[in-house]
Write a protein of this length. Structure first.
Length: 252
């Protein structure tokens, strides 16, 4: 068999595995919805797709970060408060696993003492949240869409979890591509019915525009000012941005 045939067969197997993983994720999400709808008494939180992602990985918490047309964070889906807080740290500090995975286009993982060794600011802060291990994988084809991160309170990452993260990250762009042509105005991010729980931090970008005008600086510097104030105040960046938009806070 020729090398071309072997490559074509390998590519076919990869595409098939991607479709199977995507279908399995959606089946798991559907099962969770059915179980939730069948419950009696006080309803729990409605299951969301990112819950199925975390369950498929086998780690307690997960986030999916998508980028807009200008390569800035445009949408974040988090499975729980720990995942959201862990990614908020990245936004405020400007360093962490998702940043590195997207920048380098490769899988990044760290556990235990290695968290602080790799990220001097993010690592110790993540440990204070109860995060002792993290793995991040870029969402690649057809171009970098963003990254997927998984977090654990145990100071180790199993081989099974590491393999599962890679499989799920490979399948997610296929799931998201169905909405590729239906983009939100100005954000450059697909409207994602399976990620309806996602947060779109438009308030941060709006506040950055206001800070840019007030301080006579670029958007990147304005975002840095917002991050710095959020870090020093120990508050989420969205809260600082909302104060700016209400006219209750000036950063210069």
């Amino acid at each position: 068999m020729s090398q071309a045939c072997l490559r074509a067969a390998a590519l076919q197997r990869q595409v098939q595995a991607r479709h199977l993983a995507s279908a399995a994720l959606q089946d798991q999400y559907a099962d969770r919805l059915c179980a939730w709808l069948g419950r009696e008494g006080e309803p729990e939180r409605r299951p969301v797709f990112i819950d199925a992602v975390a369950a498929a990985i086998g780690m307690p918490s997960a986030t999916v970060i998508l980028l807009g047309t200008q390569r800035g964070q445009a949408l974040v889906a988090a499975s729980d408060a720990t995942a959201r807080a862990a990614y908020d740290l990245e936004f405020v500090l400007g360093e962490g696993p998702a940043h590195l995975a997207i920048a380098d286009g490769r899988t990044v993982q760290a556990a235990g003492m290695a968290l602080g060794d790799r990220w001097p600011q993010y690592g110790p802060a993540a440990v204070r949240l109860g995060v002792r291990a993290v793995i991040a994988v870029p969402l690649q084809p057809p171009a970098r869409l963003g990254a997927m991160c998984a977090y654990d309170s145990r100071p180790s990452i199993s081989e099974e979890a590491a393999m599962a993260v890679g499989v799920i990250a490979d399948a997610l762009p296929l799931t998201l591509s169905r909405a590729e042509d239906d983009r939100q105005p100005g954000g450059g991010v697909p409207a994602l019915p399976l990620f309806g729980e996602a947060d779109v931090p438009a308030v941060v970008h709006q506040a950055a525009g206001m800070v840019s005008q007030q301080c006579g600086c670029g958007i990147a510097d304005a975002l840095a000012l917002l991050r710095a104030r959020a870090f020093s105040a120990g508050r989420p960046a969205e809260e600082i941005a909302a104060d700016v938009l209400r006219g209750e806070l000036r950063l210069c």
